[in-house]
Design a protein around this ligand. Sequence first.
Ligand code: ATP
Ligand code: MG
Length: 315
Amino acid sequence: MRTIAVLNYKGGVGKTTFTISTSQALAMSGFRVLAIDNDSQHHLSLLLDEDGQRPLSIRDIYRSSVGVAGKKLMDSIVETNLRNFHVIPSHAELSGHDIRDPYILQKAIGYCSLNRFYDFILIDNSPGIDLLQETALHAADEIFVPTELSYFAVNGIIELHRILAKRFRDCCSITKIIANGYRGTNKHDEYLEALKSLYPEKITETYIPYDTVFDTCMKEQKTLFIHKLFSKAAAHYLKLIHELFDLDEKKVWEQVCDVKQSQLRNEARQRIFDQQKKGQAQGGGPEGEENSKLKLHFQRQTESDDNPFFKNSRY
Ligand SMILES: Nc1ncnc2c1ncn2[C@@H]1O[C@H](COP(=O)(O)OP(=O)(O)OP(=O)(O)O)[C@@H](O)[C@H]1O
Ligand SMILES: [Mg+2]
């Protein structure tokens, strides 16, 4: 199991987008992934079904004693609409004051032997380095730093590097830096070059281009690799996954396409089911007839499909 803290001193640089996209791509490639929302803004938690129960959050783990933190952790895990992808949600009032022991998350993960259940844990963090991020850093083996390409962002990385070295010595250092929101301008090329010369071993070859599709996906609660697979953003993310995790690019692509097709079929089924129910509630009529035709059409298409995602689909 690899545990990765997604961190940056600076806000709004794509940490949450990176955590979500990477987790989804890994889960669609067949890995078991847990994403932990360690940010009171709880943007990552918005991926979850709002109707679903969310009894516990990361805050409950932090506020527990070591003895019960493991149980709280297991109880706080929630399924998403993607198979193999689970989330521990955050809480709007989460703060460093909730943390009594900065090693609590590391201990809870070990106590539950999460390595038996997951291949990857990704921890999304709020900007800065406070007690909250420190707790994530102790739990993680690697630190991934998404960054935008600007003067302040590059300075922020230098600062982050310095703070990590000073506060954590050798135990926590940046593993990879990922340039995000690249627009192909001279300025962006300049900052990309600056990062390459400062951290040649750490900056990834693959950058993530600027693409409004991220915002659309978040707003409409869509999955990038299902609903916008043929976008620049998805293509670059799949390349990035291949680079960061040394995966076979062709195999990942095939697996993602398979999951996309199954999931879209299930969404269509669910839509028909919902329309049918609506038609029945309105007493049949033309809408009801139309639904029966549609239903027949999709039934023929999906007859042999025994899809495990249907169970969890929120659509
Ligand atoms: N490559 C990109 N192209 C276009 N928009 C992007 C890209 N990456 C992220 N965004 C958008 O930028 C905004 C900030 O991204 P995100 O929330 O991932 O940043 P963050 O670092 O997690 O922010 P915070 O520090 O507040 O937690 C979001 O609206 C997101 O959709
Ligand atoms: Mg964020």
